[in-house]
Write a protein that binds this ligand. Structure first.
Ligand SMILES: C[S@@+](CC[C@H](N)C(=O)[O-])C[C@H]1O[C@@H](n2cnc3c(N)ncnc32)[C@H](O)[C@@H]1O
Length: 313
């Protein structure tokens, strides 16, 4: 008879294979198109200086110091750049897919010689430069839902790290699934193309593929009726802590959980009123790229040292 644990392991493996196959068949939502619109709809977050500054303080505290150089994957509108420079970072290189986000970030940085910003895809973008740290904030992890592309993006985030370097990121994980179950719509006031709109977002979750989809509508209230000016959606691949750890272990990186945003960044959330959606419910993580092992010099075993003959001196 097969022992019970093997059955469970076998079933879990089979389930993972089914899930990976389902994810491999998923088509990727257009990240650049979505975030090009978010430059307008997420402006309240992008322009919240206290949020960006306290997030940078939190990242530096988790790294126990100010790194000399920082890689900024998915920097968006660049809301963390100024605070990093003020803290003493001397070199920042960023990559983001959304041309509109990068345009806003470049305008903010005003050609600072310490900052280099690229429009690019982390799946394919490479550099020979190595950085002390990589920082990914604003809940950017998990935008790639296809299981074949997802590991390539993670590699793109950590490859430019020096051996021994640190990667700090926040990730929604399962922190929004209660809202998916309730299908609760959150409403923000925003401006789209100069018109005041209600930005309405409703999350849902597919347990077969582990993909969370957030349907977004920008609605203008005109003459007492709803006029939908824009409709779209974005998605997140939802890994629990165990699978997140497996994902990083496969990439050769060790992971440590720092805590939920409201706890690690108390300076911002204590006394904060207002709805911040996923950012407030994300968990912060610190990943460590192992230092390079120095090859030990090869030596003859003691009992064979007579082979070298008599030593001079
Ligand atoms: C949720 S936004 C966060 C932006 C910024 N970090 C912040 O805190 O405001 C995610 C960003 O990741 C970028 N992004 C997602 N996938 C990417 C990829 N494969 N390569 C480069 N950028 C990507 C998007 O264009 C978007 O600007």
């Amino acid at each position: 008879m097969v022992p019970a644990p093997s059955i469970f392991v076998g079933l879990a493996r089979e389930k993972e294979q089914r899930r990976l196959a389902a994810q491999a068949a998923l088509s990727q939502f257009s990240i650049a198109d979505h975030y090009d619109v978010m430059v307008q709809l997420d402006r309240d977050v992008h322009d919240d200086e206290k949020l960006s500054t306290t997030e940078v303080d939190t990242a530096l505290r988790l790294m126990s110091g100010v790194p000399r150089s920082v890689f900024l994957p998915c920097f968006g509108t660049g809301r963390h750049i100024q605070a990093l420079l003020t803290a003493g970072v001397q070199r920042i290189v960023g990559v983001d897919l959304s041309p509109k986000c990068v345009e806003k970030a470049r305008a903010l940085c005003g050609g600072d010689h310490r900052v280099e910003l690229h429009v690019g895809d982390l799946c394919t973008w490479t550099t020979t430069e190595q950085f002390d740290a990589s920082i990914l904030l604003g809940n950017s992890f998990g935008d790639i839902i296809n299981s074949e592309i997802f590991p390539k993006v993670t590699q793109g985030m950590v490859r430019p790290l020096k051996p021994g370097g640190l990667f700090v990121f926040d990730y929604i994980g399962r922190g929004y699934l209660d809202r998916c179950r309730r299908a609760s719509t959150t409403v923000w006031q925003a401006i789209l193309d100069g018109r005041p709109v209600e930005d309405r977002r409703t999350p849902r979750y597919d347990p077969e593929t582990w993909v969370m989809t957030i349907d977004v509508e920008a609605v203008a209230r005109e003459h007492g009726a709803d006029n939908v000016l824009w409709r779209g959606f974005y998605q997140k691949l939802i890994l629990n802590d165990y699978w997140l750890d497996c994902h990083f272990t496969r990439a050769g990186i060790s992971l440590r959980k720092a805590g939920v945003a409201t706890k690690v960044n108390e300076a911002y959330y204590q006394g904060h009123v207002g709805e911040l959606g996923m950012i407030a419910r994300s968990t912060w993580w610190v990943a460590h790229k192992p230092p390079e092992r120095q090859p030990r010099p090869w030596r003859l075993p003691r009992w064979l040292q007579w082979l070298r003959g008599p030593q001079g001196g």
